[in-house]
Design a protein around this ligand. Structure first.
Ligand code: NA7
Length: 486
C-alpha cells in the first residue's frame, strides 16, 4: 500500500519553464510550492530581451503551452513583447501570483537530512522536498573583453540590457555580433540609423522565412473554434519539417541536411547582388553548425547604402568608436554588443551542495551535465527544466520543457508515493549516458567545425545529439534502473 506524502517544492525562476512547473503542480491540486525569481517580474529571456526587432525564431503556435493555445498571435514569428504579454496573461489566468516571490535570487541550496535548504540574497530561508531549477540557458550576458571599452564616450550596452532612453533615429550605430540577436537588431535598425556598421566575426548562413501577419479574420476564427487552433498547434506539415530538421542536425550527411545547405546557399546567391558583399557574407563552415538563423529582411538590410558589413573581431574600442586591426577608426554614437550569453552557467552562480558534501561546481568541473538533461548524481530530488544536454537546436523549448515535466513528475511520484525519500540518477547511468551522448554530439552538425554557444569548454556540443522523436520517447517514462532511490 503506497502512501501519498505532503511534499513541498521550490521552483527557481519564473520564466517559461518555471511558470509551466507551477501550473502543473496546481493542476495536480498541489499548493505547497513557491517560485523564487531574482527579477521583479516574470518572463525570463522575454523579460530581459527587449531589443528592437526581437522575435522568436520558432513559429508562434508552436512556441505556446500545449494546454494554453493563443488565438491572438499576430504573426508567424511574433515580436518579443507579444510573447512576454502571453506569459503574463497565463500567469494571471492560472492564479500564480500568490506563489511568486520576486527580487529573491537564490544564492544557496544545501541538501541536509533529506531536504533542500534554500537561502536567497535577501536572507530569506525556505526548505523543501523537491527543487525544480527552471533557471534558463541564455540569461548571463557574455561581455567580450575588448580593449578600451570603458573609454567609449557614446552609449554602449549589451543586447539583453537595452537602454531604451537612448534615441536611435539618425544615429551612427555599431552592432557587434551576428547571432540571431545581431541579425534581428541590424534588420530593425538599418532603416533608422544614419549609418549602421555590422561587425561580423563569422558571417552566418541565413534561412529565408516569411513572417506572415495573421489577419483579424483568422484570429477571430481561432477564437471561435478552439479545435481549429489545436490543429494549428499540431500542424502535421510543421511537425514533419521540425522532425526533418532534427534528423538533419543529428545526421550531417543526410539528404535533409543537404537540402538545408542548398536553401541557405541559394538564399545568399539570390539575395545579395554585389559579388564582393556576397563573398564577405559567405560562411566558411556548414549550415546549422551554429544555431541556424531565420531572417526575412536581413540581406535587404545589409545591402542598404547606409549599412556597412565589417568582417572582423572587434578588439579595440576608443573614445569615439571602434579601431580596426588595419588602423582604421569608425566613429559611432552607439555600440550594441550582441555578443551572446554564457550558456554554460545554468543554475550558477548559486552555491549548491548535494549529498556527501558534493558541490555543483565539483560535479560540473569538466562540463555541465545531467542524466537525460534532468538529474545529477548526488543531487537528489533536484530536477532541471531546460538544463544541460537538452535539445536546443531551433526547437520549441516550451515543448521540450513540457516533455521534461512529464518525466520529472514520475520521479517525484516515487517520493510522493512513499517508495523512496530520495531519487537521483546514478553515477553509472550518467557516465554511460554521457559517453554515448558525447560520441553522438561530436558527429552532429554542431560538431562539424565552428565556434558556437552550443559547444562546451572542451569544444563538444552540449546539446541533445539524437532526434527530437527519440527525446520525446525518452521522456515518456524514466528508466528507473538508472536512478538511485533511498
Ligand atoms: P550568439 O548566437 O552567441 O552570437 C554572438 C555573436 O557575437 C557571434 O556572432 C560572435 O561571433 C559575436 N562576437 C562575440 N564577441 C565578439 C567580438 N569581440 N567581435 C566580434 N564579434 C563577436 O548570441 P545571440 O544573442 O545572437 O543569440 C543567442 C541565442 O538567443 C540564439 O541562438 C537564439 O537561441 C536566441 P562568433 O560567431 O563567435 O565568431
Amino acid at each position: 500500500m503506497t502512501q501519498q506524502q505532503d511534499t513541498r517544492t521550490i521552483i527557481i525562476g519564473a520564466g517559461m519553464a518555471g511558470i509551466l512547473a507551477a501550473i502543473k503542480l496546481l493542476e495536480q491540486g498541489k499548493t505547497n510550492f513557491c517560485v523564487y525569481e531574482k527579477a521583479d517580474r516574470i518572463g525570463g529571456t522575454w523579460r530581459d530581451n527587449t531589443y528592437p526587432g526581437l522575435t522568436c525564431d520558432v513559429p508562434s503556435h508552436s512556441y505556446t503551452y500545449s494546454f494554453e493555445p493563443n488565438p491572438n498571435w499576430t504573426r508567424t514569428m511574433p515580436p518579443g513583447a507579444e510573447i512576454q504579454a502571453y506569459f503574463e496573461n497565463v500567469v494571471e489566468k492560472y492564479g500564480l501570483a500568490p506563489y511568486l516571490r520576486f527580487g529573491e535570487e537564490v544564492t544557496r541550496l544545501d541538501f541536509i537530512d533529506g531536504r533542500w535548504q534554500l537561502q536567497t540574497i535577501s536572507g530569506r530561508r525556505d526548505e523543501a522536498d523537491f527543487v525544480v531549477a527552471a533557471t534558463g540557458v541564455l540569461h548571463h550576458p557574455r561581455l567580450p573583453n575588448i580593449n578600451g571599452m570603458e573609454r567609449f564616450k557614446g552609449e554602449l550596452f549589451h543586447s539583453a540590457r537595452w537602454d531604451h532612453s537612448v534615441p536611435l533615429d539618425g544615429k551612427r550605430i555599431a552592432v557587434v555580433g551576428t547571432g540571431s540577436t545581431g541579425v534581428q537588431i541590424v534588420s530593425a535598425l538599418a532603416g533608422r540609423a544614419s549609418h549602421l556598421c555590422h561587425y561580423q566575426r563569422s558571417p552566418q548562413w541565413i534561412m529565408p522565412v516569411i513572417n506572415t501577419p495573421f489577419s483579424e479574420e483568422e484570429r477571430a476564427a481561432w477564437r471561435r473554434d478552439p479545435a481549429l487552433l489545436k490543429r494549428l498547434q499540431h500542424d502535421p506539415e510543421l511537425e514533419a519539417n521540425i522532425e526533418r530538421f532534427s534528423v538533419a542536425i543529428t545526421e550531417p550527411d543526410s539528404e535533409a541536411m543537404q537540402q538545408i545547405e542548398m536553401i541557405v546557399q541559394q538564399n545568399l546567391e539570390q539575395s545579395v547582388r554585389d559579388p564582393a558583399l556576397r563573398e564577405k557574407l559567405r560562411p566558411n563552415y556548414r549550415a546549422a553548425c551554429k544555431r541556424l538563423i531565420y531572417a526575412d529582411t536581413f540581406y535587404e538590410a545589409v545591402q542598404r547604402d547606409n549599412v556597412e558589413v565589417v568582417i572582423e573581431d572587434v578588439t579595440q574600442i576608443e573614445e569615439t568608436g571602434i579601431r580596426s586591426p588595419n588602423g582604421e577608426l569608425r566613429e559611432f554614437d552607439i555600440i550594441v554588443l550582441a555578443t551572446g550569453f554564457q550558456a554554460d552557467r545554468f543554475m550558477r552562480p548559486m552555491t549548491i551542495t548535494g549529498r556527501n558534501g558534493n558541490t555543483l561546481e565539483n560535479a560540473w568541473a569538466q562540463r555541465p551535465t545531467a542524466y537525460m538533461a534532468v538529474s545529477i548524481p548526488d543531487f537528489p530530488n533536484l530536477f532541471m527544466l531546460n538544463g544541460p544536454n537538452g535539445p536546443v537546436g531551433n526547437f520549441s523549448l516550451i515543448e521540450i520543457a513540457e516533455q521534461q515535466w512529464h518525466y520529472i513528475q514520475q520521479l517525484m511520484d516515487k517520493v510522493e508515493q512513499g517508495e523512496c525519500r530520495e531519487i537521483c540518477a546514478s553515477e553509472t547511468a550518467l557516465a554511460q549516458f554521457d559517453e554515448a551522448r558525447i560520441a553522438a554530439a561530436k558527429r552532429s552538425i554542431f560538431g562539424s567545425g565552428c565556434q558556437s554557444w552550443y559547444l562546451d569548454a572542451q569544444g563538444v556540443p552540449a546539446t541533445w545529439p539524437w532526434s527530437r522523436s527519440h527525446f520525446k520517447a525518452c521522456m515518456q517514462r524514466p528508466d528507473f534502473s538508472a536512478y538511485e532511490q533511498h
